[in-house]
Design a binder for this molecule. Structure first.
Ligand code: GDP
Ligand code: ZN
Length: 456
């Protein structure tokens, strides 16, 4: 444990600004106790709630409330922490905070309490991030996953992988360093099977992390289709609001519209695109370019057709130009709309590997099939219950580790190159260590904690 005695003492309001029943000023650092004694007039008992007046130097009372002292290392930050729980009015909070600053504390930077907790090994980086994610969560599901990450569910999985990699590296490097021992580590199946095992486990973690990131950040769904297919109507049906202008004049939806909704706790960012057609109009052309940018980044593309005018269920037949421009059709779901005007059967089917849903955006019939389908695509099922929250940064690190393992696998089986395998294993371990913060740059830490609010 590294106790940071050289640190200054920081202070901030820990509760949200504005009015509230209770407002908390939190202090952390070596001067916390001295400042505490000044304000309450005696040395507080550790981890004991004292109901006392908070006073200025001249004896004038600022507020009355609970004072709690947590001596380090058994505190949130690992340092001496002192909390004043007063009345939650902005003026009172300001007076208390100013008083703490006048007694030698410094105003905390955003996320500085969490940063100190990380620096003092009270938690790792994914746990610190989970605090922010828990506070910022927009659904019950996200909150539950963030709490699991905070309790170490994600870190544990990553640590297990790192442990396994270290074990394998020791074996491989010993074989390289002591060739006279004649360990034929390539011929002997141990290395191959351990590597395979780690790759499998990493793939599992990656899958769960993907889901965790989707729960945190939401799924980007694009509704694409020719003018009048019913895109705006579908957006309205899903969001339950009149957010897009529904008309039957071609080219009305000029801009990209973004709607955020939750389907049973699953966040969705739905993008209704401009009618994708060649247009002489400059404004419309810009809208169309933006629509294409969104489409390329989407997690799912709903290709919508008016089932009255188009019979096909094949995206390449429905809209060949679109498919040619898109390049891949893995993320496509065909939506056959306006079935209230045809004899088509409502529901989900599969046509040549592509999901096809027949519905009516106008009457709402079949919308449930679409919601269920989106949940399945997102992997949003009962297994999510035990999931953890994840960020893009985590996915990038996991993917990077995955690539190094694949390269190592290649070295082992293709060339029998022990040194190169050892190097790949090392790189993979380093990528994984970035997730929990065992190996990080100051730059990364600055970016992560800088995005927190003050007082966290
Ligand atoms: P967009 O151009 O693709 O956004 O299409 P809109 O949502 O603006 O719809 C075009 C027209 O089709 C409007 O008159 C809608 O009322 C109508 N419409 C959309 N969906 C349905 C549907 O499921 N059934 C029927 N009967 N009409 C629909
Ligand atoms: Zn959203």
């Amino acid at each position: 444990f590294h106790y940071t005695t050289d640190q200054d003492t920081i202070a901030a309001q820990a509760t949200a600004p504005g009015r509230g029943g209770v407002g908390i000023i939190r202090l952390s650092g070596p001067n916390s106790l001295a400042i505490a004694k000044h304000i309450i007039g005696f040395e507080p008992k550790p981890r004991y709630a004292h109901y006392v007046p908070f006073k200025q130097a001249d004896g004038e009372q600022l507020d009355m409330g609970l004072a709690i002292y947590f001596p380090g290392p058994n505190s949130f930050t690992g340092e001496d922490v002192f909390e004043l729980q007063g009345h939650g009015g902005p003026v009172i909070m300001d007076m208390l905070l100013s008083h703490c600053l006048s007694l030698g504390a410094r105003l905390a930077r955003p996320g500085e309490f969490s940063e100190r907790a990380f620096m003092n090994d009270k938690m790792d980086l994914t746990q610190a991030e989970a605090i922010a994610d828990l506070i910022d969560s927009t659904s019950e599901q996200a909150a539950k996953c963030a709490l699991r990450s905070l309790q170490g569910a994600f870190s544990k999985r990553v640590d297990e992988l790192v442990e396994a990699l270290i074990h394998l590296r020791i074996y491989v490097e010993a074989a390289i360093d002591f060739p006279e021992e004649e360990i034929d580590f390539i011929g002997d199946g141990k290395v191959a099977s351990e590597l395979k095992d780690i790759q499998t486990k990493l793939t599992d973690v990656l899958k769960e992390a993907n889901q965790g990131a989707l729960i945190r950040e939401g799924m980007n769904v694009v509704i694409a289709g020719r003018p009048n297919a019913g895109k705006s109507s579908l957006l309205n049906a899903l969001s339950g609001k009149e957010s897009a202008i529904v008309t039957n004049i071609e080219g009305t939806t000029r801009d990209v519209l973004r709607e955020h909704i939750h389907l049973d706790g699953m966040p969705l960012h739905i993008i209704d695109t401009a009618g994708l057609r060649d247009s002489p109009d400059e404004v419309e052309r810009i809208g169309i370019q933006r629509a294409w940018d969104e489409i390329q980044k989407a997690d799912r593309i709903l290709m919508m057709v008016d089932s009255q005018s188009i019979d096909s269920k094949d995206p390449n037949e429905i809209w060949p130009e679109f498919m040619a421009k898109l390049g891949n059709q893995n993320a496509i779901t065909v939506i056959r709309n306006k079935v209230d005007l045809t004899t088509d059967k409502i529901g989900l089917e599969e046509y040549q590997g592509v999901p096809v849903i027949s519905l009516s955006a106008k009457t709402g019939d079949g919308i449930q099939h679409l919601t269920d389908h989106l949940k399945t695509v997102m992997g949003f099922d009962s297994t999510t219950e035990g999931g953890f929250i994840a960020r893009r940064r985590h996915l990038e690190a996991l993917n990077k580790a995955n690539r190094f393992l694949a390269a190592g696998h290649e070295q082992l089986h293709g060339y029998g190159a022990g040194e190169l395998l050892a190097e790949d294993l090392k790189e993979a371990q380093q990528a994984l260590s970035e997730i929990t913060g065992a190996f990080t740059s100051d730059d990364l830490l600055g970016r992560i904690f800088g995005s927190f609010c003050i007082g966290k």
